[in-house]
Design a protein around this ligand. Structure first.
Ligand code: SAH
Ligand code: SF4
Length: 375
C-alpha cells in the first residue's frame, strides 16, 4: 500500500505539482488549498465545489491531518497554553498571549531541542524529533478554532509590553483587531526552528500565502540561537520574515559555556550574519537577552551588549530568567533588571523587558516541556 500524502505538508506550488501528477488542472490546487487552510476542511467530502471524482481520488491518495489540543490551561493574565499530542505520542506546546484583541501565538518547531542551552528546560530534554510542516501549521489552525469557540476575555490591566514586542504597531492597512484572530506568530516555543528549516520554510510559506493562512510576513518572527549558515538560507529563501536572535551573553567565554552553539559560531560570526540578514525597510533584528542573576546582568554586560549590536538595526528583548526545578541559575533582581533596562533606554535603544506572562501555568519562555515531565 502506498503511503497517503498529508496535504497540510504542501505549499501551494507543491500541491499544484501533486495534482498535476494526477493529471489535474492547476487551478484545482487553489481550491483545495483554500478548503484546507481557510475553511479548515478536515475531509474531502466537504469540498463541495470540487468534482465527486476528484474528491474520491484524493480520498485514495491523500489525507488532511489535524491537531486537537489535549489540554488547554489559562493563566491569570489570559495567557493560554495548549498541549498537543502528536500521532506518535510525543507532546508539544503552543502559547497564546492575548493583549487587547491582538493575539500573539508562540509555536513549537521541534519536540525537544538539540542545542543544549544550559538555562533552557526544553534543551535539557535533547531532540526527540523535528515537527513536520503539517504539525507546525496545525498548531495555528487548532488555536484559531479554539479562539472562535472560546474568545479570550482580557483582564483590563493586561500589559502592553508584548504588543510592542512583536507588533510594529502600524495598523493603517488593517481591520480592527478581533479577539478571534491570530495576529503575530513567533517561533519561540519548543525547539530551534533553524535546525528544522526543511519543514519550517514550507510552514512559513503556508502562513503568509494569501490563499493560505493569510498572515502578513511582517508578523511572523523566527527566533534562533544562532545557526549562521541556516540564517543565511532563511534570508535567501524568505527575505521578509522577522529575525530574533537569542544572544544571551556578551563574551564568547560566557556564551560558550551557556550556549554550546557558540563554540561553532562565535559572537562575531553571529553578528556578521545579523548584519547581512536581508531586512526590508525600517525593520530591526530583535536581540533576546535572558538575564541570569549574577552572571550576565551587570552594567558592564549592558555596555558590552550595546557596543556589540550598535551597528545593526536592533531592538532588545530582556527576558528575566524563569527558574525551573533543578536549574543551576537564578532569576535577576528587580534592581539589576531596571538598571540594565535604563542603561539601554538612556542610550536610545528600543528595549522591552518581558514580563513573565503565563508563568503561573509554566508557559513562560524556557518553561515548555511537552509531555516529558509529570508534575
Ligand atoms: N530555539 C530558539 C527559539 C526557542 S527559545 C532560540 O533559542 O531562540 C525562546 C527564547 O526563550 C530564547 O530567547 C531563549 O533564550 C529563551 N529562554 C530559554 N530558556 C529560558 C528560561 N529558562 N528563562 C527565560 N528565557 C528562556
Ligand atoms: Fe533550544 Fe532555544 Fe532552548 Fe537553546 S534556548 S535549548 S536553542 S529551544
Amino acid at each position: 500500500m502506498t503511503v497517503k500524502t498529508d496535504l497540510k505538508n504542501l505549499t501551494l506550488p507543491a500541491l499544484e505539482q501533486f495534482l498535476q501528477g494526477q493529471g489535474k488542472e492547476r487551478f484545482r490546487a487553489i481550491q483545495v488549498f483554500k478548503w484546507i487552510f481557510q475553511k479548515d476542511a478536515c475531509t474531502f467530502d466537504e469540498m463541495t465545489n470540487i468534482s465527486k471524482e476528484l474528491r474520491r481520488e484524493l480520498t485514495d491518495t491523500a489525507v488532511i491531518s489535524n491537531l486537537e489540543a489535549e489540554a488547554v490551561e489559562e493563566g491569570s493574565d489570559g495567557t493560554r497554553k495548549y498541549l498537543f499530542k502528536l500521532a506518535d505520542g510525543n507532546g508539544i506546546e503552543s502559547v497564546l498571549i492575548p493583549i487587547e484583541g491582538r493575539n500573539t501565538l508562540c509555536i513549537s518547531s521541534q519536540a525537544g531541542c538539540a542545542m543544549g542551552c544550559e538555562f533552557c528546560l526544553t534543551g535539557t530534554f535533547k531532540l526527540t524529533r523535528n515537527l513536520t510542516t503539517a504539525e507546525i501549521v496545525n498548531q495555528i489552525m487548532a488555536v484559531k478554532r479554539d479562539l472562535v469557540r472560546n474568545p479570550p476575555t482580557l483582564p483590563a490591566s493586561a500589559g502592553e509590553s508584548l504588543v510592542n514586542n512583536f507588533d510594529d504597531d502600524d495598523d493603517s492597512d488593517e481591520h480592527p483587531p478581533s479577539p478571534a484572530d491570530i495576529r503575530n506568530i513567533v517561533m519561540m516555543g519548543m525547539g530551534e526552528p533553524l535546525h528544522n528549516l526543511d519543514n519550517v520554510i514550507p510552514a512559513i510559506r503556508i502562513m503568509i500565502d494569501g490563499n493560505g493562512l493569510q498572515l502578513s510576513n511582517r508578523r511572523v518572527t523566527v527566533s534562533t540561537c544562532g545557526l549562521v549558515p541556516e540564517m543565511e538560507r532563511l534570508g535567501r529563501e524568505i527575505p521578509n520574515v522577522n529575525l530574533a536572535v537569542s544572544l544571551n551573553a556578551t563574551t564568547d567565554e560566557l556564551r560558550d559555556r551557556i550556549m554550546p552553539v557558540n563554540r561553532r559560531y562565535p559572537i562575531k560570526e553571529l553578528l556578521r550574519a545579523c548584519r547581512e540578514f536581508p531586512l526590508p525597510g525600517r525593520r530591526k533584528v530583535t536581540f533576546e537577552y535572558v538575564m541570569l542573576g549574577g552572571l550576565n546582568d551587570s552594567l558592564d554586560d549592558a555596555k558590552r551588549l550595546l557596543r556589540l549590536i550598535s551597528d545593526i538595526p536592533n531592538k532588545v528583548n530582556l527576558i528575566p530568567f524563569n527558574e525551573f526545578k533543578g536549574c543551576g541559575f537564578r532569576a535577576p533582581t528587580r534592581t539589576a533588571i531596571d538598571a540594565f533596562h535604563k542603561y539601554l533606554i538612556d542610550r536610545h535603544v528600543t528595549v522591552i523587558t518581558r514580563d513573565s506572562r503565563g508563568s503561573d501555568i509554566s508557559a513562560a519562555c524556557g518553561q515548555l516541556k511537552g509531555r516529558h515531565v509529570v508534575d
